[in-house]
Design a protein around this ligand. Sequence first.
Ligand code: SIN
Length: 534
Amino acid sequence: MTKPNIIDAGDVLVLGAGLAGIFTALKLAPKRVTVLAGASCAKENGSSGWAQGGLAAALGPDDSPALHLSDTLAAGAGLVDEGVARIIAEEAPDRVRDLVAFGVPFDRDDDGNIVLGREAAHSKNRIVHVSGDRAGAVIMDTLWHAVRAEERINVLSGLRAVSLVKRNGRVCGVYAVDDTADDLTPVLILAGDVVLATGGIGTLFDVTTNPAASKGDGLAMAARAGAKLADTAFVQFHPTAINVGRDPAPLATEALRGEGAVLINGDGERFMRDAHKDAELAPRDIVAREIKKQISIGNKVFLDCTSAVGAAFPDRFPTVFKSCMSAGIDPRVEPIPVAPAAHYHMGGVVTDHDGQTSLDGLWACGEVACTGAHGANRLASNSLVEAMVFGARISARILSKPARKQIVSGVGIGPCDERLLMPNTEEGERLVTKIRHIMTRRVGLVRTEESLISALEEFDRLRAEDDLPLDVFNMITVAEIVAIDALLRRESRGGHFRADLPSTDEDYAHRAEFTYGDLTERIAAQVGLERKAG
Ligand code: SIN
């Protein structure tokens, strides 16, 4: 084992440079913060910059946090933690004001009021946008500008965290590697507190709207460190990714359906009208499964925006317009081919109301966290706002604690697990593709006991291979955590649909919490499946 280099990250190490990560870092003033931004360009690593939808906040005269709360509860299909959803609904307007103070130019009407748009399952217009569909990109640009102006925030690029480290049982940093190198020599990065803001797991599936870095690294690290996890079965598939064979798949924002765009099959039929009273604005899981049904009987599916948006496309939805035009589709005059794509993970690392995880010294916010806000199905445009509400709460709690005396040495810290130090290879790429296929076919939009067990058997076979590259090792860990939770949840609810158990069962109307270590025992006790621990 090579002796690691040691980096002093200051008071707080933030893992991840999406909205959750950099907003938390900005709110932590005057603490000295290091943001670990991942392998390449910090700005391109997170999903936040790709968000088209905007942020949900009860800002309209006819709206209230109570209505926002009730829509969030309804979307979450019985699993939303009401206290958490209330916090978000009540604090969302202040977080939008924070962004205004940072200089985010939200779309406004002629009187200077922020324009509020509508999305599925919101009872009021409450989505704030920037330049139509550019909210994520503009918010991230604005906040990066603020980060660059802050001397106390150090952004570290080129390193990828692979393992949380503890001293005396308390999380105090990470091992990180340069995963583009041939030799993954670990670097030890130490800090007073660690904030996990590493995003989601979309890249575990064949088709995703998430950036390639969304491989569940943070979830895998927290799981191995023994953190409490919850509801990992719940993956939200966005119904309308643009289906032009790109990976990741560009998104056709739900706001288009909010504007009246309709879904049609190759025969021009509006199939959603027969499927749900809200037609195209039904909950995402329902729309996504109806599209999948069409595709599985050989139909193509299109989002027809020609009447609802037409000539206004370039101004109203510049991002979608650009994605379509670059694929040779003019959405002003022709329908956009669409397919469902893995979009958001509702489950993750359990936190309390202040973003504290079950591990001392470790906090979590953004998609990697499971605050309880989204339950079984996230309400559109609630994720950026959740990331900021919890980023602000984590910062407030850290700032209220006495400063921790930092020990910048490796004393008392074990070595990095050698299994995390295997470089990625071409063969590794092949295995990654295989895992993504398995997840899509057997742990995707529609699951059964049989499909989930066979996925787990495949993961066991893969795991048995020697010297698995880092990506494969991590992805199997996360894939297994999702598949086992899905197997244990013997019902259908929100983003989790079991074709063999299509009804919702009141016995499961609660959050499923567990540690990685618990899973093998639970699966043996509840489903009778004996497994070896991973
Ligand atoms: C969208 O613009 O459709 C995505 C918004 C979200 O997932 O919250």
